[in-house]
Design a binder for this molecule. Structure first.
Ligand SMILES: Nc1ncnc2c1ncn2[C@@H]1O[C@H](COP(=O)(O)OP(=O)(O)OP(=O)(O)O)[C@@H](O)[C@H]1O
Ligand SMILES: O=P(O)(O)OC[C@H]1O[C@H](OP(=O)(O)OP(=O)(O)O)[C@H](O)[C@@H]1O
Ligand SMILES: [Mg+2]
Length: 281
């Protein structure tokens, strides 16, 4: 039986659960459940704190896990990314009071509060900076105001929390994070694990495309194919009016509205874009 770790709460949990459900796996019905047995798919899901997931997967107790790249990195557990999942994007950065123009060099001899002590330690070591790291569990942004720290290093999503606390991010982005599927670094994924990875990949890739359908005059077909080349090549089907054809092609979701504009300007009619819930190539 495949054993898979899923965030039980936090920023990644809802999207992770939705993605697994879309891939055909059983959802938990009670937010307090810590395990779900999906016997139809021969998988057991374990709902764990995202910060702990890489530790379980790295130790080999669990086969796969969904967590954040930043959390996996900070855990120092021996795990490898099987797949990027396209949600939970964030950056991990230093921040200080808005009225001080801090740079990384100013961190020397200062106190830095963070929940990601290992990422910060590695960054400071790389720069040859000696500073005190104060490890906190959360609500890190308040620590400067309370006099505990001079700077923080934390996850920045929308940037709202920094603004609310009169803080400004500075320096290089230490980690460009998103939700990832991980497996143990020392073991190749089993066939069962590969199948789950493929299913999730089908959902992730499906979300990056739309299916575009439209009608076009036969004499415009070459121009239409140039606008929507599809993956291999678009499907072209006859219509009752022999001067027209129906065309179907996958189009990257980003920019698909301008593809529709171009098709319309070319003379295509009845242009439809629909979601792809899952796919395999
Ligand atoms: N806007 C965001 N705020 C916080 N974390 C985010 C955000 N966007 C993505 N993430 C990612 O979510 C993960 C944080 O997981 P965590 O379990 O700490 O969730 P949380 O929302 O902080 O919940 P909690 O604080 O209750 O533990 C990290 O990988 C982080 O990069
Ligand atoms: O840039 P934003 O969109 O405002 O999001 C970033 C904030 O969200 C997270 O905190 P969370 O709400 O998880 O609380 P925590 O600090 O207690 O973990 C993170 O630690 C930042 O504080
Ligand atoms: Mg948090």
């Amino acid at each position: 039986m495949l054993r898979v770790a899923v965030p039980n709460k936090g920023a990644l949990s809802e999207s992770a659960a939705a993605m697994l459900a879309e891939a055909g796996y059983r959802r938990r019905t009670d937010a307090k459940d810590l395990t779900v047995l999906d016997s139809a798919n021969d998988v057991e899901f374990f709902f764990l704190r995202p910060k702990d997931i890489a530790i379980y997967v790295g130790s080999g107790e669990l086969d796969l896990g969904i967590t954040g790249r930043d959390l996996a990195w900070d855990s120092q557990a021996p795990v490898t990314e099987s797949l990027s999942l396209g949600f939970g994007a964030s950056t991990f950065r230093y921040a200080g009071p808005v009225d001080t123009e801090m740079t990384e060099a100013d961190l020397s001899g200062r106190r830095i509060a963070t929940s990601f002590a290992n990422i910060v330690r590695a960054d400071l070591d790389r720069r040859g900076i000696t500073a005190e790291i104060i490890r906190l569990d959360g609500a890190v942004e308040i620590s400067i105001q309370l006099g505990l720290a001079d700077a923080i290093a934390d996850v920045v999503g929308s940037g709202r929390t920094l603004r609310q606390h009169n803080l400004r991010a500075f320096g290089d982005v230490m980690c460009q994070s998103e939700a990832v599927l991980i497996h143990g670094a020392d073991v190749a994924p089993s066939r069962a694990a590969e199948q789950l990875i493929k299913r999730i990949e089908g959902v992730v890739v499906g979300q990056q495309y739309v299916m575009m359908d439209y009608d076009c005059r036969k004499d415009l077909l070459d121009a239409a194919v140039a606008i929507t080349p599809g993956l291999e090549s678009p499907t072209v089907a006859p219509m009752a009016d022999e001067n027209w054809v129906a065309v179907r092609a996958m189009v990257p979701r980003a920019g698909h509205q301008s593809v529709m504009d171009d098709l319309s300007a070319m003379g295509a009619k009845a242009i439809l874009a629909s979601d792809i819930r899952s796919c395999r190539f």
